[in-house]
Ligand binder design. Structure first.
Ligand SMILES: [Ca+2]
Length: 268
């Protein structure tokens, strides 16, 4: 009997750590149709080719973005900005090929910014990652083509600062959002993947496992793939099904997207 009590106490404590941590969205693209643009509220750039690909495998798909010189990327805009919180964005990135000019990797900003090249800005140029600190570009680590990288932005929306991590290593700490001067603290509501909105570069990039969550540590159940992630998804559906969510355009939202509302609480 005693062991049962300990077991349930342990179970409760594990559940409690998972409670109250918002997951705003999570896209692994594994259920999306191959050779088509990803489902969800992602808006495709008018140029370039954005398709889900059976890469690295049929069961683990990703988004392939091809820019042939006129631009190529996708963007997501939240109906309501996330304000004042500390939130983290993580994603996997892989470049098959590309030229040496500066190319956006993933920018996070607010629609009140003067243009799409604002907020948390990380780009590639000349074979290295570069990040932007309050308008100044700073060169970071070199990368190799045909290699997956884990990128992470920890964003402090109460002071427009962020940390940049690459493959688990801290590259930049407490650097400033770009072009946020004079905006106050509007938070973030726009997510631009790759070269959204201009041309002048050529590349083939892949993106996968794009997740935005509250706090600095990825939720346990999302980190644990397969079985736990499924369980997390199922529980989340039952918890959020009766809530009201709005999506850009006419999109109805998948179960993962239903986490966009910052007020919702998810547990596994
Ligand atoms: Ca995937």
């Amino acid at each position: 009997m005693k062991s049962y009590i300990i077991f349930f106490l342990l179970l409760f404590s594990i559940s409690a750590t998972g409670l109250c941590q918002n997951v705003f969205f999570f896209y692994d693209f594994n259920k999306d149709d191959i050779n088509k643009p990803p489902s969800g509220p992602w808006k495709m750039a008018p140029a370039g080719k954005i398709e889900v690909e059976k890469f690295p495998s049929m069961s683990n798909r990703s988004v392939k973005i091809t820019d042939s010189g006129s631009g190529g990327g996708m963007s997501l805009v939240l109906d309501e900005p996330i304000v004042g919180k500390t939130v983290s964005l993580e994603f996997k990135w892989y470049r098959e090929e590309g030229d040496a000019t500066g190319v956006e990797v993933f920018y996070v900003l607010h629609t009140s910014c003067p243009d799409d090249w604002a907020g948390v800005c990380v780009k590639t140029e000349g074979g290295s990652f570069h990040y932007n600190d309050t308008g100044t570009w700073i060169q970071a680590d070199a990368f190799q083509d045909k290699t997956w990288y884990d990128l992470k932005y920890i964003m402090y929306l109460d002071n427009n600062k962020y940390d940049f991590h690459l493959n688990g290593k801290e590259i930049a700490k407490n650097v400033g959002f770009r072009k946020y001067e004079g905006l106050g603290k509007p938070g973030i509501n726009k997510f631009n993947v790759a070269n959204y909105g201009n041309g002048g570069s050529t590349f083939i990039m892949f993106f996968d496992d794009i997740i935005l969550y509250e706090g600095k540590v990825r939720p346990l159940a999302v980190e644990s793939r397969n079985k736990l992630a499924t369980m997390w998804g199922n529980v989340k559906i039952s918890m959020v099904e009766d809530r009201y969510f709005k999506y850009p355009g006419d999109h109805k939202g998948t179960r993962f997207e239903k986490g966009i509302d910052s007020k919702s609480k998810f547990a596994f």
